[in-house]
Design a binder for this molecule. Structure first.
Ligand code: BG6
Length: 364
């Protein structure tokens, strides 16, 4: 049921304030500044025992995993990384007893991710799921998990499930952090920020018509860059992925820091860049990169915060509300969903069912 929306993707983007409410409901503990995640089936002692986190997923879920890995490193100070489950399962991975494996999947049926889980379990590892569909194959195969409660997602391009994946990682990071060195006050800081998020998302969605204008311009380019660094890099990857999936434009994500080591050679008037420029400790470095792109004739659209001072740089901006720095990627991603949606809309493509893609890939 489209409920009056022209596409499922539009509906699912607009549902995000409510779906975010659902994933945090009943899970935020103000007394101890922690997340209550009973479904993980891990005792505080077990949570303390992990010295590494490895996140596995495919496509957009893999990029959400990258967002999650950075959050876990920042909040819990445990080495964490994300890997494409489709690669992991084929490379005879080394499974360690003190690593917490996290499988992330909207459908819970993606075969590459399901096989990665199987491989971990076969070799005696501990794996929990961050899954949307209750009772799905991956949810059942894991030792425990956190359901995303995003509600049914129909459009091939994942939006609300992805946002809840990132929030699910914030909850796991809180649980891992609070049995380590993360203070109650810092835990509370994240909890308060999570509670404010549905309202902040609403305010980004209200910017839809303005974002649609930018999208129309970008849709005419045959090729574009999405750049971000550290927290912003998985945001850029997800932005490029969405653009590719539904607008059929060549969109390439790059670490902003790596531009000068090669891809800057491609920049000209025909190759625009979407730059993730948050107000954080890397703002000046990001602005310097924007300046370098502009100096080579490249158009830039910045996804940024109010406080960022672009000075003389003449750059159109999409401004998102500031949250706690560790959570910035969640809000920075939302305008990129709208950008891809409106680009595909202006090009007249089948938004909910892009060519060559399936909602979940369940066969080899
Ligand atoms: C891909 C879909 O094949 O599977 C992507 O086209 C999706 O949109 C990916 O992100 C992973 O799916 P899931 O269900 O495991 O999150």
């Amino acid at each position: 049921d489209l409920g009056g929306y022209p596409h499922y993707m539009a509906k699912e983007i607009q549902e995000q304030p409510e779906s975010v409410e659902r994933i945090i409901r009943g899970r935020l503990d103000d007394r101890f500044g922690v997340a209550r995640l009973d479904g993980l089936n891990l005792t505080p002692r077990e949570l303390r025992g992990f010295s590494r986190v490895k996140i596995l997923g495919c496509g957009s879920a893999y990029y959400a995993g990258q967002v999650g890995a950075t959050m876990i490193e920042e909040l819990a100070r445990i080495p964490a990384d994300a890997e494409a489950a489709s690669e992991f399962r084929y490379r005879n991975p080394i499974i360690e007893a003190d690593t917490l494996y996290i499988a992330v999947s909207q459908s819970g049926e993606t075969i590459d991710t399901a096989f990665a889980v199987e491989e971990i379990k076969r070799k005696g590892g501990r794996v929990v799921g961050l899954v949307n569909v209750v009772g799905s194959t991956i949810a059942r195969a894991c030792d425990g998990g956190v359901y995303l409660h995003a509600g049914p997602e129909i459009a091939v391009a994942s939006t609300k499930a992805l946002t809840n994946m990132a929030i699910g990682f914030a909850l796991i990071a809180l649980a891992l952090g609070r049995v380590r060195d993360l203070s109650n006050a810092d835990g509370q800081r994240i909890i308060d920020a999570l509670r404010a998020m549905p309202g902040q998302i609403k305010s980004i969605l209200d910017e839809g018509p303005r974002i649609a204008e930018h999208a129309k311009e970008f849709a005419t380019a045959n090729s574009l860059f999405f750049v971000g660094r550290v927290r912003g890099y998985p945001v850029a990857r997800e932005g490029a992925q969405k653009f590719k999936e539904i607008s059929y434009r060549h969109a390439e994500a790059y670490q902003t820091s790596e531009l000068k080591h090669g891809p800057l050679a491609l920049i000209d008037a025909a190759l625009p860049t979407v730059a993730i420029v948050p107000a954080d400790e890397l703002t000046d470095r990001n602005l310097a990169a924007v300046q370098q792109i502009k100096a080579r004739g490249g158009a830039v659209l910045a996804v940024t915060h109010e406080d960022v001072d672009f000075g003389e740089l003449d750059v159109p901006r999409i401004v998102v509300p500031k949250t706690e720095p560790e959570l910035d990627p969640i809000l920075l991603t939302i305008p990129l969903q709208l950008l891809a949606y409106h680009a595909a809309l202006s090009l007249g493509y089948d938004i909910d069912k892009p060519r060559n893609l399936a909602k979940s890939v369940t066969v080899e």
